[in-house]
Design a protein around this ligand. Sequence first.
Ligand code: ZN
Length: 150
Amino acid sequence: MKQLLKVAILLGFSGAASMSQAACSFDIEVGDYLKFSAADMTVEKSCESITVNLKHTGQLPAKIMGHNWVLSQNAVVQAVATEGMSAGLAANYVPQGDARVVAFSKVIGGGETTSVTFSTSALTVGEGYTFFCSFPGHSYSMRGAFNVNA
Ligand code: ZN
């Protein structure tokens, strides 16, 4: 019974997701806590570009509980997050002009929204990517797998 329920939930969820948003565009929410509303993301290389819409549903300002959405290959996430801290809020906690950063949004606070659109030409099918928040201290819990399908 438990297993059936689980399958039903999974089916229901994927059905709802495919109706509400295309595979080339994603709506992700964050709040006054260290978590993205999406645990992982899967995109298709056939999309010309990917758009990520980030919405902060919390109350706290960006300098206290700011969040952004940054994409890098798995192996460099820690280095990018660490160097991003020194870059500071004005640079969205992202090293400037860094080729290891595939895409990033600006840092937003409660009540704000932002979005980032980037070409899929920089993405390799099957490569391991991670999306994360580079606000100091957030990347350990605010991260998820970013899969690229053909
Ligand atoms: Zn964050």
